[in-house]
Design a protein. Structure first.
Length: 86
């Protein structure tokens, strides 16, 4: 198995109202703050997947909240999702 020398890491969180973008809740409300985060995270992951594919490097998304399967259901299953530790 070929192991690329380059490895792109993304850190994300499962979008959950009241737990995501909490500093924006006062201005936008819990649901809209979560929707904003979801859109920004999806864009970031889409761009990271494209970049990793073009560069031939590995891509891993470390997440907090939820599970690997929840992240895959939310953002797409082609990514390597790993729970963030510490």
């Amino acid at each position: 198995m070929l192991t690329p020398a380059e490895h792109l890491l993304i850190f994300a969180r499962l979008p959950e109202p009241g737990k995501t973008k909490t500093r924006l809740i006062d201005a936008f409300g819990s649901q809209r703050a979560t929707e904003l985060y979801r859109a920004l995270a999806q864009h970031t992951l889409d761009m990271a997947c494209r970049f990793a594919s073009q560069r031939g490097c590995r891509l891993t998304t470390y997440f907090s909240g939820g599970s690997s399967s929840a992240m895959a259901a939310e953002f797409g299953g082609e990514n390597d999702y790993r729970e963030q530790q510490g």
